[in-house]
Design a protein around this ligand. Structure first.
Ligand code: F6R
Length: 241
């Protein structure tokens, strides 16, 4: 894994967006794997800026999001569908039909949809560049500690610390989902290239364990060390314990 340490979150976001922009320019019909959460917000802002001011063209880009809460309809403001539209898709020239996000709507047969999500990734020719954040417990997408490295898209129960972290994004009285649909660790490792982003001291221990501990299912992000083409972009505070 190559590691790039940037001085601050802004530089991390610019470096990440520059890497994604280079990949999109090199392959205009690229398939991207996309994360949500707080870490990629600056990268999305910078990609929107590049679209507006540098003509970065998303018209042929296809995307697959990594995960979605179970029990939230796409129009629920807390859903990752809503996040992706508000933070990125609605501000660039991407075709909505080219974007896929797991469907966690109440009442859907989520388990049945998981296999179809994997099929859709395969039919798109696989993911060329997958961008992923890291949880303070070392999770990638919603593959919590203990997830098999052979896992694929499935319904998972969120770890207590993941639910705790999610609380700040949910209004006081809202029900916080206990489960989610996530692509698996094998799905992530199948991507041709992976970009890992980590910002802030809250991630420093998880980053340290990812880079230094033995590769193990107890640290899901350590699986990335089994992949031949991963770059981690960290800011200073995520690099230090
Ligand atoms: C989100 C996702 C999660 C987050 C991780 C870090 O799509 O897959 O694994 O990347 O929980 O979240 P933030 O960036 O909010 O610290």
């Amino acid at each position: 894994m190559r590691v790039l340490v940037t001085p601050d979150y802004r530089t991390l976001s610019e470096e990440a967006a520059a890497l994604v922009a280079r990949a999109v320019r090199a392959k205009p019909d690229i398939t991207l794997g996309l994360p949500t959460g707080s870490t990629p917000l600056g990268m999305y802002e910078e990609l929107i800026r590049k679209h507006r001011h540098e003509g970065l063209d998303f018209s042929r880009v296809r995307t697959f999001n990594l995960d979605e809460y179970l029990g939230l309809a796409p129009d629920d403001p807390q859903s990752y569908h809503a996040y992706m539209h508000a933070r990125f898709f609605d501000h660039v020239n991407i075709a909505v039909d080219n974007t896929r996000i797991p469907d966690g709507s109440p009442g859907v047969d989520a388990n049945a949809k998981c296999g179809r999500y994997e099929d859709a990734i395969r039919n798109a020719g696989g993911i060329d560049l997958l961008i992923v954040g890291i949880g303070s417990n070392g999770h990638i997408a919603f593959n919590e500690p203990g997830s098999s490295f052979e896992s694929r898209t499935r319904v998972v129960t969120l770890a207590p610390e993941t639910i705790e972290n999610a609380k700040r994004h949910f209004p006081g009285d809202a029900d916080i989902p206990m489960s989610a649909i996530t692509i698996g660790i094998r799905t992530i490792l199948d991507a041709r290239r992976i970009l890992l982003l980590a910002s802030g001291s809250g991630k420093a221990e998880a980053v340290e364990r990812t880079l230094r501990d033995p590769v193990s299912e107890s640290v899901p992000a350590s699986a990335l060390r089994l992949h031949p083409d991963v770059i981690a972009i960290l800011d200073e505070s995520a690099r230090r314990r």
